[in-house]
Design a protein around this ligand. Structure first.
Ligand code: SAJ
Length: 428
């Protein structure tokens, strides 16, 4: 089948490669010439090595052709970004893609939207784009098949995850399901478009609410003198309890964004969702308060070393990372900051190339991203480089005893009262 994938981002590109490696003739379309160039030349910009390998193989075989030119096809899969601006979905890229596809698509072709959108969008946007192009939408198959893969395991999850496919008509979902069966080994669940759109946003909102609960527990546990981490571990032994982990905030381009799609649909009935968002957005402030207590700003320069710029462990993606806000707030308070990340290449602020440089003369170290590589840091030599040996672990990731025995004052987010008291003593 001739397939055109619009948007060669972190979902579109691996999807295009999967289809190309499974017998389809794929055109990968992107409006950004630098992305197209990079895909053609080995996809160096792709962080996950197995995704990069698939792309390289598909391009070398000639089954995936990256281009800035859209072409006619039997199926169009749209994977364009849908960010929020002031907490409202910005669907410009979906409208533009729908307009271009409507112009070029022939009756009988399949149009699938993968981008995350508010419920009702696929039908509204594509039916009207086809009508505007003078075409009868009834002659096309229109479906929504939301992506559900987790950054860090994209190739595996693209293959193995179940897919939810919503069709404008039942036969549209069936047509899309046939296409995705080329590479999906998970089950494919067919429904209507609006339900599929709702399911996707609900999944990410469920996670946001769950993380907010864990964050609330962490702050409460500190006050009650219990260890939130031990509490969560013990509670999770219950067969019907599965509490997530507290942390410095929720990053990435999906979970902090998608709950707003629901909240915007009706602000009056989405109080839980909005509160969860506020709790998670407050976490960088909590981290900064702890820094202020433990290593107050002095007259002369006070330096804080931040470990991790990526939004989560072992990925290079820094979008919406809690580090951005923590760094901003620290600098607003008058601190000097250094940021080290072994994976991220680009960040909104310059990264320090080595851990040693980052910690040199620092007054405190804040672990934000639990990259595996940070587990093997040996505290003593780091302590010798720092001005004061204070470590703030926002993920309960480092070996507390190891760092304490190396002479570090340690604070762990959500840890028990002894530490909270230690913080107060030090602050006082
Ligand atoms: N986080 C916590 N505590 C936890 C789990 C996560 O603080 O217990 C934080 C992470 O550190 C990170 C943020 O939440 O900053 C989000 O990370 P994540 O691993 O939960 O999710 P994403 O954004 O990488 O991917 C999510 C996934 N959605 C769900 O698990 C429901 C993925 O399956 C989606 O495809 C993806 O969003 C997307 O693109 O929508």
């Amino acid at each position: 089948m001739k397939i055109c994938v619009l948007g060669l981002g972190y979902i579109g590109l691996p999807t295009a490669a999967m289809l190309a490696l499974n017998g389809h003739d794929v055109r990968g379309y992107d409006t950004d010439p630098s992305v197209v160039q990079s895909v053609a030349n080995g996809a160096a910009h792709v962080g996950e090595s197995d995704v990069r390998a698939m792309v390289v193989e598909a391009v070398a075989k000639g089954a995936l052709v990256p281009s800035t030119e859209l072409c006619g096809a039997d199926a169009f899969i749209i994977c364009v970004p849908t960010p929020t601006v002031d907490h409202r979905p910005e669907l410009g890229a979906v409208y533009r893609a729908a307009g271009t596809v409507a112009e070029i698509a022939r009756p009988g072709s399949l149009i699938v939207l993968e981008s995350t959108v508010p419920a009702g969008t696929t039908e509204r946007v594509f039916v009207s784009a086809l009508r505007q192009a003078g075409k009868d939408p009834g002659l096309f198959s229109i479906a929504h098949c939301p992506e559900r893969v987790i950054p860090g395991a994209i190739a595996r999850e693209l293959r193995e995850n179940d897919r939810v496919i919503g069709g404008l008509k039942p036969e549209d979902a069936a047509a899309a399901a046939d296409l995705y069966r080329a590479f999906v080994t998970g089950r494919i669940h067919c429904t209507d478009c609006t339900t599929a759109e709702f399911v996707k946003v609900v999944e990410n909102t469920f996670r946001d609410v769950g993380i907010a609960f864990a964050n609330e527990l962490a702050l409460l546990a500190e006050e009650l003198g219990v260890d939130a981490w031990e509490t969560i571990r013990l509670a999770n032994n219950h067969p019907r309890v599965e509490i997530l982990s507290p942390g410095p905030g929720v990053g990435g381009h999906c979970i902090p964004v998608d709950p707003h799609f629901l909240a915007n649909a009706n602000p009056f009935v989405t109080e839980l969702i909005q509160t969860a968002r506020r709790i998670n957005e407050r976490m960088p402030h909590v981290v900064v308060r702890r820094v202020l207590e433990l290593a107050p700003v002095r007259k002369r320069r006070t330096k804080i070393a931040l470990l991790g710029a990526a939004y989560k462990a072992d990925v290079d993606d820094t979008r919406e990372s809690p580090t951005i806000r923590i760094d901003e707030l620290l600098r607003e308070h008058g601190y000097i900051t250094s940021i080290f990340d072994p994976h991220a290449a680009t960040f909104v602020r310059p990264l320090t190339p080595t851990l040693e440089e980052a910690v040199e003369d620092a007054d405190a170290l804040v672990l934000i991203t639990p990259h595996s590589a940070f587990r093997s840091i040996v505290p003593q030599p780091i302590g010798r480089l720092m001005r004061r040996c204070i470590v703030i672990d926002t993920r309960s990731f480092l070996d507390r005893d190891l760092w304490r025995n190396a002479g570090f004052q340690t604070y762990v987010l959500g840890a028990r009262r002894e530490q909270a008291r230690l913080v107060e003593e030090m602050a006082g």
